[in-house]
Design a protein around this ligand. Structure first.
Ligand code: BGC
Length: 779
């Protein structure tokens, strides 16, 4: 296993939060990610309220809106037909977080003067960041400052802040400046392809601004996508009286509050902010919606919004909490990850969950297969309503997927983009982008899993069936029978999940998933035809489905080539994989990882070396098709050549290691994933959290140690307890019921928390669980 860069655990091991006790400019960019707040739409990086000056005073500040984007043309010095043309990228939107504080004219600056008793904490149960410190100015004035910040989970467009100051050793004038800064732009990408867009300069242009009393708003338009955005704040003094003033500098609006404080006296500022865009509402309504939202927030008050946030989260944790007893670092990592997933996930059916959530500009706010294969299961089992929204989003993308299929010379069917925001294919590097056709099968797999586990047939009839059928056609479009070999259905010239191998024939993962997709398409067509003939007629008409296609799918699935190497007893990753030489790991210095930053792609492609789980992932997704021995052999083989340069890898290796009985490896790989962002083990959390890996932590507990699988909608468990833990517990929703699984040294307990009756298997033994009687099994 490749050892990753390690950062010390800097936060105390609190099971329900993270807390920093020193103002540390060295880990500044990283902390901005870790302390970011979001509600699935708004994402605010955890920058401080005050600006800093000095050489270490820079920040990678950002405020983002999930699904809100601008576009840029992709320029290729050497062009080719059908390359992705338009990049959609998530925008850094006006910054409403800033509050400046002046005492007798001296500006509070954490890098000047002295900071004492500093503490900042993010609480996962309350969904709030709280901060307090004392600051001594260069002229010796001491002031105590505390602040609170929330992004409201119950209100898509709203965030709020409270800022409190107390004059400790002086009396005099305090000025609080509440700022809305619209002069923002995105980060510029360097050589790291994972970082940001290539756009230089601002993407948002001022149309108008408003300032009146405590209210301030900016109305801007994006350069190319043509969206209008209203960003507004409402600020008000609390606990003190003072005067109000106004200033505007370009696109920066300031509301200034002056008050005179006696020694020991205090003053506060409450600030609410919101964003409304024409992606959600008609342009004419945006300004009035913003005003109304802020008016209502003011009426409710900051404390009431905090109470509402806590209640909202209590409900979430009741469904989703995973308890790990015996390892505080893991417990903290686990809940941190769950909390960030919740903060990142779009819940409006129009947005999805980006690779970095709404915490940074890495991967430009794009959505990938990460959603379906890694993240969706977490929501499916923990909060199924969110899983549905994620899949509704895919339905909304169907027209664009059809367009893309035509560009790719598929006369029929739909091909989903490898990376996108609003449906456009945005992968400029097609060998590791568009070529990953498996995205279609991943989406179909996830619809199957969703429908079977949630029982939501309405989704299938209204949305899912059409997706599954129209995307299945692509396999018969790109695949085919080798000349003279009518029994071998091959899928050539694709890239599988492992991005260190590209443009290959018969990638094992792709073929196996395509096979399942084709078979599921046949099943869906037959089920819908039977259950709801009028729905079938509607869908068939919409996609002009020819009944002969269904027979074609069945045959292609039955003839699908699934490479197997008899000599080694393993599944080769593709037709040519085993003929390549193995990467010389011994001669590769640690500093050369990730390989993608140090070697030309061709150099990498010529070797047996994997960035991430590929065959090993197939062993998880369709585990019922392999024997334990096969799994062990594949695991052993691929483990030796996998660098885990992708954060999507270790969790999958952990799960399969647990299954094949490699307990220590399962634990080590799990550790790699569980604190990946908290410990910044990939060294790039400053660009945003890794949402797929975060969900991988949950998969590691439920599917890895818990041994849970849900093939065909039938749950089965095979729990094991890592020796480092005294017990662990997780909960899963299945068809409207909520099951709790607790694994301890003295046995496993299954308890139905919601619902009356559930059948599942424990280590192959059928269990019939009722609400009244929990089932206990020996370890
Ligand atoms: C991985 C992909 C993944 C993407 C976004 C890449 O490094 O190789 O599998 O979809 O990151 O997370």
């Amino acid at each position: 296993m490749q050892q990753k860069h390690r950062r010390r655990h800097t936060f105390p091991l609190d099971p329900w939060g993270i807390r920093e006790t020193g103002f540390d400019t060295d880990s500044h960019f990283l902390d901005e990610t870790l302390f970011a707040l979001g509600n699935g739409y708004i994402g605010l990086r955890g920058s401080h309220e005050e600006t800093y000056t000095g050489p270490k005073g820079s920040s990678r500040d950002g405020s983002y809106l999930n699904g809100f984007y601008d576009t840029e043309e992709i320029h290729y010095p050497e062009n080719a037909y059908g390359l992705a043309r338009l990049n959609e990228f998530m925008l850094n939107v006006p910054n409403g977080k800033r509050i400046e504080c002046f005492i007798e004219g001296e500006r509070v600056d954490l890098l000047q003067g002295e900071v004492a008793d500093y503490e900042r904490a993010l609480d996962f149960r309350r969904g709030i960041v709280e901060r307090r410190f004392e600051w001594v100015s260069p002229q010796g004035r001491r002031i105590a400052i505390s602040s609170r910040r929330i992004v409201c989970l119950a209100h898509k467009h709203l965030y709020g802040m409270q800022y409190q100051v107390r004059a400790m050793n002086f009396s005099g004038r305090v000025r609080l400046v509440s700022i809305l800064d619209g002069a923002v732009k995105n980060l510029e990408a360097g050589d790291d392809p994972r970082v940001g867009s290539t756009v230089h300069g601002p993407s948002l242009h001022l149309l108008d601004l408003e300032q009146e009393g405590g209210y301030a708003a900016l109305i801007q338009r994006t350069t190319n996508s043509g969206f209008t955005l209203v960003s507004a704040i409402e600020s008000e003094l609390s606990g003190a009286s003072g005067t109000i003033g106004h200033a505007v500098h370009g696109q920066r609006i300031e509301t200034l509050f002056d008050c005179d404080l006696a020694r020991g006296g205090s003053a506060g500022l409450v600030k609410f902010g919101c964003y409304f865009s024409s992606r959600d509402f008609p342009e004419a309504e945006l300004a009035s919606r913003a005003r109304e939202t802020l008016r209502e927030a003011r009426l409710s008050g900051f404390d009431a919004l905090c109470a509402e946030q806590e209640a909202w989260l209590a409900d979430f944790w009741k469904q989703a909490d995973v308890e790990i007893a015996g390892d505080d670092a893991l417990q903290q990592g686990m809940r941190f990850n769950q909390f960030h997933l919740l903060q990142s996930v779009g819940r409006d059916g129009k947005s999805n969950i980006a690779a970095k959530g709404v915490t940074g500009e890495g991967y430009e706010g794009h959505y990938f297969w990460d959603t379906e294969i890694y993240i969706l299961p977490f929501f499916l089992y923990s909060k199924p309503d969110v899983a549905r929204k994620l899949l509704e989003y895919r339905y909304a993308g169907l027209p664009k997927a059809r367009e893309r299929a035509r560009q790719m010379a598929h006369g029929r069917g739909a091909l989903y983009p490898w990376r996108t925001i609003a449906g456009e294919e945005c992968s400029a590097y097609y060998p590791a982008g568009t070529a990953q056709y498996h995205i279609n099968a991943d989406i179909a797999y996830s619809i199957k899993q969703y429908v079977e586990i949630s029982g939501d047939m309405a989704y299938l009839l209204q949305y899912g069936a059409e997706i599954v059928l129209d995307t299945a056609r692509i396999w018969t479009g790109i695949g085919g029978y080798a000349p003279g070999e009518p029994d071998r259905f091959c899928i050539n010239t694709v890239t599988g999940p492992d991005e260190y191998t590209a443009i290959v024939n018969n990638n094992y993962y792709t073929n196996l998933m395509a096979q399942l997709h084709l078979r599921y398409a046949v099943e869906v067509a037959e089920t819908v035809m039977r259950a709801d003939p009028s729905a079938y007629a509607r869908i068939a008409a919409a996609i002009e489905l020819d009944p002969t296609e269904i027979a074609e799918w069945r045959r292609a699935a039955d003839c699908m080539v699934l490479p197997y190497d008899e000599k080694r007893g393993i599944h080769p990753q593709d037709d040519s994989f085993l003929s390549k030489k193995v990467w010389d790991f011994a001669a590769t210095p640690r500093a050369n990882y990730p390989l993608l930053l140090h070697y030309h792609p061709l150099v990498i492609y010529r070797h047996q070396v994997c960035k991430q789980a590929d065959v090993v992932l197939a062993l998880l997704l369709q585990g019922d098709r392999f024997t334990l021995e096969e799994k062990r052999r594949d695991f052993d083989y691929y483990e030796k050549i996998t660098t885990h340069d992708s954060s999507l890898s270790s969790c999958i290796f952990s799960i399969i290691a647990a299954e094949v009985g490699y307990a220590d490896k399962a634990y080590d790989y799990f550790m790699e994933t569980a604190r990946l962002d908290l410990d910044d083990t990939h060294g790039n959390t400053c660009h945003g959290v890794h949402t797929a890996a975060m969900a991988g932590t949950w998969l590691g507990v439920a599917c890895g140690f818990g041994g849970m699988r849900g093939y065909g909608g039938n749950l089965r468990f095979a729990p094991s307890l890592p020796r480092q833990w005294s017990h662990y517990r997780f909960r899963v929703h299945v068809r409207g019921q909520l099951l709790q699984v607790q694994v301890a040294q003295d046995g496993v307990e299954y308890r139905l928390l919601k619902g009356e009756h559930l059948n599942f298997a424990h280590r192959g033994e059928a269990v019939e669980l009722t609400r009244a009687r929990p089932a206990r099994k020996l370890p």
